[in-house]
Design a protein around this ligand. Structure first.
Ligand code: GLA
Length: 385
């Protein structure tokens, strides 16, 4: 979202908040979606990732209540969710509000006093598109609760609450990447994050300075991190690390994988090891001001996710091939896969040609029409009113 979009998101949320509660919100918090440039399925293997926050965000309007009740509404999803915070527990089914309830549940579990809260969400991040819409909601919720109660939290603590809530209440065993980048991201940059130490650095990422554009191709095939595929990949990685006798695949070298593993486990581990290496190489190229040269590494990342990790799908492969065929510097699926979105990095002069060619390829293969849109990098989460 641009500043203007954030303001209109806040206005719409304020109006809905007044309808819900009969009074004005005490404040507004915003948190962006992300595109992951490279480093897929490496976060839960204690590896490296290189995501960037994008100009599509969620805004929440919030106000405290004293009675231990959470009441939330969304401008995108029907139905007001109202629940006593003490009744939120793993294994329940809180529906669309799971990110909100999970984040608050995790704050309480970490010993923070969270009284009741009224909250209205307005989000411009497509749901189920692999662009971290849930994490944006979680981060905005935790910032709102900590802002309203006056208990400041370090970014890593905010991210840990979001992850814990997502795992326990939403039932998605996700890694730390999405909430942490939502907090750490900055306009004009990607975030190089070490998912073991949680140390992170900003890396220049401004395609516009190279007459370039970053395109998102949302296949509209809904992906869900609660799916068995995501669980299974996590378990296979843990199993592969156990066979190799190492704490996590971050510690594996390609030789270990080739000699110590076979079959499916070998392919899963090979993806993680080669992907970690691609993150380091892409980061180096960006730091050296050689942005268009990252293209082939994005292509390799996609091939590895498709062939070794097996989390792509026909629509994602179609998007990537068509974008590359029409002149993109590089393209890959982004996020967990099994649907969701691809990204393509390309010369701005080829933007329309690439978008048209992707749409045509989808039509020819009988896939539902994708949503194709350009994104720019944006600042991370914070109070916006
Ligand atoms: C989802 C999860 C992240 C990460 C990616 C895959 O977005 O939320 O933690 O595992 O999938 O890289």
């Amino acid at each position: 979202m641009s500043t203007a979009d954030r303001a209109s998101g806040a206005t719409a949320a304020a109006q809905a908040f007044a309808r819900l509660t009969g009074h004005s919100p005490e404040g507004f918090w915003t948190s962006p979606g992300r595109v992951n440039l490279v480093g897929e399925h490496t976060d839960y293997n204690a590896g490296w990732v290189l995501p960037a926050t994008m100009n599509r965000s969620a805004v929440v309007a919030a106000g405290l209540r004293a009675d231990g009740i959470v009441r939330c509404a969304s401008l995108q999803v029907r139905g007001v969710v109202e629940m006593r915070l003490e009744d939120v527990h793993p294994g329940g089914d809180p529906g669309w509000a799971a990110p909100v309830l999970g984040a608050l549940w995790a704050m309480r579990r970490a010993g923070m006093v969270v009284p009741g809260i009224d909250l209205v969400v307005d989000s411009a991040i497509p749901i189920g598109a692999g662009l971290a819409s849930s994490a944006a909601l979680e981060v905005a919720t935790v910032l709102a609760a900590s802002g309203l109660t006056g208990v400041p939290l370090a970014a890593t603590d905010v991210a840990r609450c979001c992850q814990a809530g997502e795992q326990a209440i939403a039932g998605a065993p996700t890694g730390i990447m999405d909430p942490l980048v939502a907090l750490a991201g900055r306009r004009g940059h990607a975030v190089f994050l070490d998912c073991r130490s949680l140390e992170h650095d900003l890396v220049p990422f401004e395609p516009e300075r190279f007459d370039g554009t970053l395109l998102v191709i949302d296949t509209t095939v809904a992906h869900d991190n609660r799916s068995s595929g995501y669980h299974a990949r996590r378990e296979q990685c843990a199993q592969a690390a156990a066979v190799l006798g190492i704490p996590s695949l971050r510690d594996a070298a390609l030789d270990d994988v080739t000699t110590g593993l076979s079959g499916e486990l070998q392919r899963r581990a090979r993806h993680v090891v080669t992907e970690n290496d691609r993150v380091l190489r892409v980061t180096e190229l960006l730091r050296a001001g050689r942005l268009p040269e990252i293209g082939p590494l994005l292509d390799l990342s996609h091939a590895s996710l498709r062939d070794d990790y097996e989390v792509s799908c026909a629509e994602l492969d179609c998007a990537v091939e068509a974008a590359r065929g029409a002149g993109a510097w590089g393209a890959r699926m982004t996020g967990a896969g099994f649907g969701g979105s691809a990204i393509a990095l390309l010369p701005t002069a080829k933007r329309d040609a690439v978008a048209d060619s992707v749409r045509m390829a989808f039509a020819e293969r009988g896939h539902r029409a994708p949503h194709v849109f350009a994104v720019t990098t944006a600042d991370g989460a914070g109070r916006c009113g």
